[in-house]
Design a binder for this molecule. Structure first.
Ligand code: PLP
Ligand code: COI
Length: 343
């Protein structure tokens, strides 16, 4: 018994039963260790602490309507972690090891898996860091891979609650030809200052423009951008955004329900033409945007404001949300083979 009030869960840390870890030295992974204590011992000289030699993933386990436990496309997270690790020049776990550890962490923490109907889930946070002591700026020789979990509810506010966001033209999260397309911790550190200022002004998220020309839309600090116009699902194509697994899945679902899918550079001028706008990602699922302010300087009064809908989730976004969460919670058949069951 965890004593958790599932209906009150937010996106925050809860201590669970266990975490899993394994170290890789010279291409060899140590046997996976299950620890009840999530305080780990690490050299103060570890590259992960100095040079941000760190990458991570986020995925969820769901308790289905039929009582079964489902993971959503974990192989995609494994592949993306391998891509991020390659960028950092460090060893990453194989897809098989990654998925096996996802299943094991869920089994060991099954009492922290929220019940069906709570709109909550067990968030898995696979984390990979440069572990060995080092001083020079170089890729770490030793990696530590950790599989962490925490039960979570909605990322911001309530489920499907529309939020206000801001384009802060005087800030970027990623550099042109930089690491924006990789899930490395440094990207999140780079977004924190603007996010904190945005929060002070009452915005829940920052929407970044492409850093090279500042003319097209990139993504939010912790999610991708999508828009609906007519029968089209529109989402940015850019080298400086994270390839979101949720977004990729929404594109498939949108095409499946007969919508046109456009992945292309999205000029800022188009913001006034959209009927629905939203964030998408594992943590945010689909979070509709109500007001979007475009500000030359986040700290100034000057702004252009776009408003979408009446504060509720738009009809087409809701349809996509229902389909994706329907698959995740086993309410509808998964026609795409995305589900991985945990026995
Ligand atoms: N973009 C950023 C910057 C993110 O942090 C996330 C979250 O993982 C996403 C997009 C959405 O990716 P995914 O749908 O794979 O969770
Ligand atoms: C996710 O959606 O899984 C993320 O990693 C976003 C954020 C919480 C960092």
């Amino acid at each position: 018994m965890t004593g958790i009030d599932w209906s009150k869960l937010t996106f925050s840390y809860t201590k669970t039963n266990t975490m899993l870890c394994s170290r890789c030295i010279g291409g060899q992974w140590t046997p996976v260790e299950s620890r009840t204590d999530d305080n780990i011992s690490i050299s103060a000289f570890a590259g992960g602490l100095h040079y941000a030699i760190e990458c991570f993933e986020g995925l969820k386990a769901f308790r289905g309507k039929d009582g079964k436990v489902r993971l959503f496309r974990p192989e995609e997270n494994a592949k993306r972690l391998q891509r991020s690790a390659k960028y950092l020049g460090i060893e990453a776990p194989s897809t098989e090891m990654f998925v096996e550890m996802c299943k094991r962490i869920v089994r060991e923490n099954i009492d922290f898996l929220p019940p069906y109907g709570s709109h909550a889930s067990l968030y898995l946070r696979p984390t990979l860091i440069g572990f060995n002591p080092q001083l020079g700026v170089q890729s770490s020789k030793e990696s530590l891979f950790m599989m962490l979990c925490s039960p979570v509810g909605a990322y911001t506010g309530g489920t499907l609650e529309a939020i206000d966001v801001v384009i802060a033209r005087n800030y970027d999260r990623a550099a042109p030809n930089g690491c924006g397309a990789y899930k490395v911790g440094g990207n999140y550190a780079a977004s924190l200052y603007s996010l904190n200022v945005a929060h002070e002004f009452g915005y829940k998220a920052v929407l970044y423009l492409d850093p090279a020309t500042k003319t097209t839309i990139d993504e939010f600090n912790s999610s991708n951008f999508f828009a609906i116009r007519g029968n089209s699902y529109i989402t940015p194509k850019s080298d400086s955004i994270l390839p979101s697994i949720t977004n990729m899945s929404l594109e498939t679902v949108a095409a499946y329900v007969g919508m046109d899918v456009e992945r292309r550079p999205v000029p800022v001028e188009e913001l006034s033409t959209f009927e629905e706008v939203g964030e998408c990602g594992t943590a945010v699922v689909i979070t509709p945007v109500h007001r979007l302010a475009d500000k030359p300087f986040l700290e100034s009064e000057e702004e252009t404001v776009y408003t979408y809908g009446d504060g509720l989730c738009g009809e087409k976004s809701l349809r996509l949300y229902n389909m994706i969460t329907g698959i995740q919670y086993g309410e509808i058949e998964d026609p795409f083979g995305w589900t991985v069951f945990v026995d």
